[in-house]
Design a protein around this ligand. Structure first.
Ligand code: ADP
Ligand code: MG
Length: 699
């Protein structure tokens, strides 16, 4: 439980300062200014008083109980301070000081020392090198932070790894007058982690939506498990920075975080239903809609406008978010005809025209709210000076208060004019999410709809196929490990595939030409001969693949040719395999991600992989729904259905292959990298004809 951190009854400040421009001073002033309801105890050996409060020479001298302490002293004194916190019975500590693991060996040693002290007393540590927390609950008003924005109470809670971005988000929410609930920025996060904070927000009744900013996760599996439970209850809006290599570098050098250019975080977001953003402004503007609007039941939008062009801009954005703009029913149009001006457009969008006043807007809104073809409403409201704009705003507010369907408003005006400030105040007072341009309003509504879609999406459970032989696969891997090999031989690879029922082209491994000819006869012509050597990665590039061999002579000359050309790699093994021509070449791949498990890849395979990079990823285990999404997710998805009379491929067979690969990966975490490339997919069936597995050695 993080109550001592987020709901402190008394806060001590080790390193309280009389110097106005110091952190040990600013935090006290912030607590005072925000109206903190608990006790504040400055600890300072040299001063009697700090910020008008009695100061204490040490924690031990404080008369009352202390549940939370800030530590704002040079890093070398922090371990001792934590020891004193333990003796005082402090339950949580915010270490604002920097100079630890981000500063090399000596810093890391200090960190290990204070962590040990904290564990000894069961103290939870927040930071180091961090801002702190804010709890806007009017019963508490805890501002344990050195920033300068004083959020009004509300229902959005923010957690940010980076203090700078956290402050930016807090400020942006405040600029939009959006109330906030809890705030946390935990810097180096040596103990209390982001997953833990998100869990806490999930349990917090006052939190309706969570905003997360991260630069990657140290323990992505923990995040996945925790956040999945939270997203089932409330929306989590998230942004992960460091998508580019340059961005990732900036992230790791600043906060000591372990971000890489990982796609894993975004895939985790997708898997557990976190709503991803690529722009912090967009995320904050969406939060405004989330804080007041219900979740749309579907993606059909009704548009009401009193001006033409902005409705066109909005429509483009809404359609980009996969919203539909359906036609209204004849009955709805008939109702509109009775209430709108003759020059109004009564389709969807409804153009009430610039002269429309409160009654026209209200009638159009009522039609949209009543229509069973509409799930949400987008309003363009330009403050035409020849209309009663306040009346329009009041009608929008009245309909918004009904909370029947979500709505957003693009409010186009001039706020230098007092008259329109008043109109704006009506919208604000009425909790209408309004925006300064059509794109922003449309994107906020798009995010709401996207969230509704995420909420309704059920990926199901991973399927475990009967007959999978994990023991056989493990034995094969164990044998390879014992000989110190990381890359498995063809025989081992196909053996593991078969243990999981993965369809493969019939095969045999052989040593020389005579054995190859016998194998070919058993498999049936035509066959393929491939060199099998751990030293050779791309067999075809080295002339190590001979396809469409129709008879014994062709097989033995192919083997002899490869022996001649590739003999310098040592004694060669060969794979003889059934030739399966004419299929669509696909790839299924996997790679182990630190502390996460495997990512599974699917895409267009064979020689096109590197050039077209038409692939998609998921975090294992991959369910049937997700495997189906993978097939639909590649750019060339249409090719799988066949184009211009060409037959489509057996998608069900490929979907099953992906699931079997996923099951295999779940049983065999020691697999570092694996690919099935190509898989030959036909109208009837799909078969792996090349496979590669690299394992971790040792362990
Ligand atoms: P590598 O990837 O090491 O170069 P592959 O075994 O993938 O070697 O073979 C290269 C290409 O040869 C494949 O992409 C495919 O086009 C073709 N090929 C390989 N095996 C078969 C097979 N059994 N049936 C049909 N074509 C095959
Ligand atoms: Mg290959």
């Amino acid at each position: 439980m993080l109550d001592a951190l987020f709901k402190p009854k008394a806060v001590a400040l080790v390193g309280a300062s009389t110097k106005e421009l110091s952190i040990g001073n600013v935090i006290i002033r912030n607590l005072q200014r925000y109206g903190y309801k608990g006790e504040i105890y400055p600890v300072n050996a040299k001063a009697d008083e700090v910020c008008g409060l009695k100061a204490y020479p040490s924690l031990a001298d404080i008369p009352g109980e202390v549940d939370l302490a800030h530590i704002i002293i040079p890093s070398q004194f922090v371990p001792q301070a934590i020891e004193e916190c333990g003796q005082k019975g402090v339950k949580a500590v915010i270490i604002n000081s920097a100079g630890f693991s981000e500063m090399g060996e000596e810093g890391a040693r200090l960190q290990a020392e204070f962590l040990a002290n904290a564990h000894k007393y069961g103290i939870r540590l927040f930071g180091p090198n961090c801002q702190g927390i804010i709890n806007s609950d009017p019963a508490l008003n805890a501002y344990c932070n050195f920033t300068f924005t004083f959020p009004k109470p509300g229902s959005i809670s923010v957690v940010a790894l980076s203090g700078g971005v956290g402050a930016l988000i807090m400020q942006a929410l405040d600029d939009l007058d959006i109330g906030q609930r809890l705030y946390a920025s935990n810097g180096n996060a040596c103990d209390v982690s982001i997953p833990e904070i998100i869990h806490y927000y999930g349990e917090d009744e006052g939190t309706k939506a969570v905003i997360l900013y991260t630069e990657g996760f140290d323990q992505p599996r923990d995040f996945l498990e925790v956040a999945r439970k939270v997203t089932a209850k409330k929306p989590v809006l998230a942004m992960k920075a460091g998508r580019t290599e340059e961005g990732a570098k900036a992230a790791s050098s600043h906060t000591g975080s372990l971000a890489g250019v990982d796609i894993a975080t975004e895939l985790i977001f997708e898997k557990i239903g976190v709503l991803p953003f690529r722009d912090e402004g967009e995320m904050v503007r969406a939060a405004m809609a989330f804080s007041s609007q219900p979740v749309p039941a579907g993606n059909r939008v009704g548009i009401i406008t009193n001006t033409g062009g902005p409705a066109v801009i909005a429509t483009d954005v809404l359609v980009d978010f996969n919203l539909e703009v359906p036609k209204l029913s004849a009955a709805s149009i008939a109702r509109l005809r009775e209430t709108q001006f003759p020059e109004a457009a009564l389709e969807n969008p409804i153009d009430v025209v610039a002269t429309a006043g409160g009654p026209q807007f209200r009638a159009a809104l009522d039609v949209m709210m009543d229509s069973d073809q509409i799930d949400c409403v987008y309003i363009n409201f330009v403050t035409a000076p020849f209309t009663d704009t306040d009346a329009v705003a009041r009608e929008i507010v009245a309909v918004n208060r009904q909370k029947r369907k979500p709505l957003v408003c693009n409010f186009m005006t001039n706020l230098k004019l007092e008259r329109f400030q008043k109109t704006m105040a009506i919208l604000k007072e009425g909790d209408v999410p309004f925006y300064a341009n059509p794109g922003d309003a449309a994107r906020a509504l798009g995010s709401l709809v996207q969230y509704g879609r995420i909420q309704r999406r059920d990926i199901g459970q991973p399927h475990l196929f009967d007959g999978a032989d994990a023991a056989r696969a493990r034995t094969i891997i164990e044998q390879a490990r014992q000989t110190g090999r990381q890359v498995l031989t063809a025989g081992e690879v196909y053996g593991i595939f078969e243990a999981y029922g993965i369809a493969v082209a019939p095969w045999q491994v052989v040593r020389g030409a005579d054995q190859a000819v016998a194998a070919a006869a058993a498999i049936g012509y035509p066959v393929v001969v491939k060199v099998d050597s751990s030293a050779i990665d791309h067999k075809s590039d080295m002339g190590g693949v001979a396809v469409n061999l129709k008879d014994a002579a062709a097989v033995s000359s192919a083997v002899e040719e490869m022996q001649r050309r590739l003999g310098h790699f040592g004694e060669l093994g060969f794979l003889v395999q059934k030739f399966l021509p004419g299929g669509r070449e696909l790839i299924i791949g996997a790679s182990a991600e630190r502390n996460l498990g495997h990512l599974v890849m699917f895409g267009l395979g064979g020689i096109y992989v590197e050039t077209l990079k038409d692939v998609v990823f998921k975090v294992a285990p991959v369910t049937r729904v997700e495997a189906t999404e993978m097939l639909a997710g590649i750019k060339t998805a249409a090719l799988l259905d066949g184009v211009r009379g060409e037959a489509g491929i057996d998608k069900q067979a490929v979907i099953e292959l992906i699931q079997r690969v996923s099951q295999l990966l779940g049983d065999l975490p020691m697999i570092e990298e694996m690919d099935l490339n190509p898989i030959m997919a036909f109208a009837d069936g799909a078969f792996a004809v090349d496979g590669r597995i690299r394992i971790q050695t040792g362990g």
